[in-house]
Ligand binder design. Sequence first.
Ligand code: 4AD
Ligand code: MG
Length: 432
Amino acid sequence: MSEEWIKIKDILDGKKTGEEVRVRGWIYRKRSSGGIIFVLIRDVTGVVQATVRKGNVPDEDFTKADKALVESSIKVYGKVKEDKRAPGGYEIEVNKFEVVNFAEPFPITEDHSEEFLLDVRHLWLRSRKLTEVMKLKAKILRLIREWFDQNDFYEVTPSVITMNAAEGGATVFSFDYFGQKAFLSQTAQMYLEALIFSLERVWSLTPSFRAEKSRTRKHLTEYWHLEAEEAWVDNEGNMKIQEELISYVCQNIVKVAKDELEYLGRDTEKLKVVEPPFKRIKYEKAIEILRDKGFDIEWGDDFGAPHERALVEGEDKPIFVTHFPVEAKAFYMKISPDGKTVECADMLAPEGYGEIIGGSERSEDIDSMIARLKADGAKIENYEWYFDLRRYGSVPHSGFGLGLERLVTWIAKLDHIRDATPFPRTINRAYP
Ligand code: 4AD
Ligand code: MG
């Protein structure tokens, strides 16, 4: 008998047929009929049937198999056979059955409300769907790292405790930091900006926090924020970097995550077509398009989900909406020569998924930034260090922030962002 623990996928791929194997995992489902117990066992790679027959295993093993409830952790030993009737087409003819831990009756049985499944999220993470999403997310991250490595970006580790509410006071979580008011970071951008003066091209992955009071399918209060910042790059160059990165992820994820995407029922043709260039439309034009489609929207208004959906209608790739009005965007964005708009771009995903990236060229004009910060009621002295970056060898630079869970939601074609993260934080939930 082989001494190693076999992964279930190797059995399902037909690589172990006729061999004696040992498999460890958890009981996914169970049923018995006469002297036979059919145990579906799952590991990280899949689910296979283990057939326990009275007489084929020691009597005490049979009793254990009979007693063990769903989610008990087990080890099974036996011979792999092809069997068309078994789910997946293979089964293990068990000759030894061990129970590592007898599970108590598992609280998740059949259909449950979303709220209940969120209450037992720590257990629901074992579901096939969430398992496949988590694997997919890890693979997306791997591709993102690969792309940044190949394109001369350094990964850096900025702080998450900050005195700066760079994305505006309305959605910042504040807390008492030894007698001073501090915030949970909404963005690592300002720290990344400081780092480009030595490293030139940097990126980071940090949790970002937004005190979002709205309950939507695309907002979390805590999400993983992937941000990049580049010296000597303007808004157009920034968009090129983003479209290359997103295309790289889409082109390759269909190759490295075939099983996950298939399980999730994702039409991968929709991802294969994602390649540069992405269409760029100016905010002004976007407003025109929306008004033509019957929306009651005016210059200065920000887009909501229905607007974003309407803008990507008929598009098979993400698009950029550029040059938003100054007053609609953050204080750090560079004002365009027209004086009314900023050098920014939001990337909107197709299939109605909305904004996945926000980026811009950064302002180098301290006075204009101060005026815009004051309008938001910010404490200017907390931004002095940031203005130093403009005082000592400033250069044109740009950057962007990608909501990792938004990207996963789109790539996996999920209904709700909460399934793109193991422990979703929303306005009414921080448990478990
Ligand atoms: O557009 P945002 O607010 O931009 C910034 O924070 C910039 N400082 C980033 C930068 O230039 N370095 O956020 C960036 C992205 C959004 O496009 C969206 O994908 C995601 O972060 N995001 C959220 N994801 C989940 N839940 C939320 N509440 C989110 N808010 C923003
Ligand atoms: Mg944004």
